[in-house]
Design a protein around this ligand. Structure first.
Ligand code: 3PG
Length: 409
């Protein structure tokens, strides 16, 4: 965690100022391209509403998915959802750094909100580099001259060292938004809750990222047990030398996961305390769904099986800290949500300090929460911070605070 006290919206008079706000509206998208869950948009609305009330001219930027992935979409629907949530007309421009976007930014008046299109339409946005290097990108050089302040509210992207995250703070005085403030406070509390046994429940499809996180957790010995599910679980199953049917192996290959097996194996050999699923639900060629022991499972894996749910739930019950990230199955299809729902239920009904991270998982927790449960909008960012690694966004905000507001507070 940073020792610098970042400036907030309460520290500066923003009326009649033009502000660039980096949010993270990256949301689960269904097969028709529609937003499945708008929790992240709602979570940022507090910051955006406050800026509108302060009479700032507000330009909102976010990414959605990655080029080549089915959830890489334009942001028209995000802007329309934001309009409904804020109860004002949010303008949308189908451009990021071109003349149309610049023109709209120039014409934006105080109290108005404009949303630019998906930041990842600009290829530079996918490259990671140091803040000073990112400050020299076209994205930062084209947009920054039109703003008085940069506001970072996208906690969920804080582990990425991309231009829109670490480049703007180098050239613009930067503040943190309301969501970022809440996330940092909760993170501090989570970092202080470190009584063993600390159990990490890691699923989802971001296997490469998760391997990095497991490397950090293992290096710093901050997890007594790591229960894997989703594509992460399958990768570790094979890395452990576990058998699997031809179709399941082909599925792993098609997802580009076989190349990650050696890394997963190295982590196991380095002492990563990994548990893998005992059984899985698979989708068969004829469209039926079967629950099979993972060693003989054959078909497209869609969820963990009942025995795995039972075993994992028992372990969760006895933990002091439970950190969860990523769904256990293909939750975009309601038939394959059981594993995810049951593991969440086990965590929420335990007496552990529970931290739930990431857009996909957070969307499943609706009921009012008991004490000592924190739902973060961040997935990778949260886990990296929990593992003790520095977050690039915080490093960049430190640079900005020192440069524009004169040192540490
Ligand atoms: C997330 O959902 O974890 C953030 O939006 C970051 O997305 P990314 O993994 O595509 O960078």
């Amino acid at each position: 965690m940073s020792r610098v006290k970042f400036r907030t919206l309460d520290d500066v008079d923003l009326s009649n100022k033009k502000v660039l706000v980096r949010v993270d509206f990256n949301s689960p998208i269904d097969s028709t391209g529609k937003i499945l869950d708008d929790s992240r948009i709602k979570a940022h609305a507090v910051t955006l509403k406050k800026l509108v009330d302060m009479k700032a001219a507000v330009v909102v930027v976010t990414h959605q998915g990655r080029p080549g992935d089915p959830d890489f979409t334009t942001l028209e629907e995000h802007a329309s959802k934001l309009s409904n949530i804020l109860g004002i007309n949010v303008k949308f421009v189908n451009d990021v750094i071109g003349p149309t976007a610049i023109n709209e930014i120039k014409n934006l008046r105080s109290g108005e909100v404009l949303m630019l299109d998906n930041l990842r339409l600009v290829s530079e946005e996918l490259l990671e580099a140091e803040p000073e290097t990112q400050a020299k990108t076209h994205l930062v050089r084209k947009l920054s001259p039109h703003f008085n302040f940069f506001i970072f509210d996208a906690f969920a992207t804080a582990h990425r060292s991309q231009p829109s995250i670490v480049g703007f703070p180098v050239v613009l005085p930067s503040l943190i938004g309301e969501l970022m403030k809440v996330e940092l406070e909760a993170l501090e509390k989570s970092l202080n809750s470190n009584e063993p046994p600390r159990l990490y429940v890691l699923g989802g499809a971001k296997v490469r990222d998760t391997l990095k996180i497991i490397e950090y957790l293992t290096k710093r010995r901050v997890a007594e047990r790591i229960l894997t599910s989703g594509l992460v679980g399958l990768t570790f199953h094979v890395a452990k030398g576990g058998r699997a049917g031809k179709k399941l192996l082909k599925f792993l290959e098609e997802k580009g996961l076989t190349t990650l097996i050696p890394t997963a194996r190295k982590l196991i050999l380095a002492g990563a305390p990994i548990d893998t699923p005992y059984d899985v639900k698979v989708l068969k060629e004829d469209g039926s769904v079967a629950e099979e022991p993972i060693n003989v499972a054959d078909g497209i894996p869609v969820d963990i099986g009942s025995y795995t749910i039972l075993m994992y739930s028992e372990l969760i019950k006895d933990a002091s800290v439970v950190v969860m990230r990523g769904p256990a199955g293909y939750v975009e299809d309601p038939r394959f949500r059981t594993g995810t729902e049951e593991l969440l239920k086990a965590a929420l009904s335990s007496s552990a300090f529970v931290v739930i991270g990431g857009g996909h998982l957070g969307a499943f927790v609706k009921e009012p929460l008991r004490k000592n449960v924190h739902i973060s909008t961040g997935g990778g960012a949260l886990l990296i911070a929990m593992s003790g690694e520095p977050l690039p966004a915080l490093t960049a905000l430190e640079i900005s605070t020192k440069k524009f507001f004169g040192g540490e507070l």
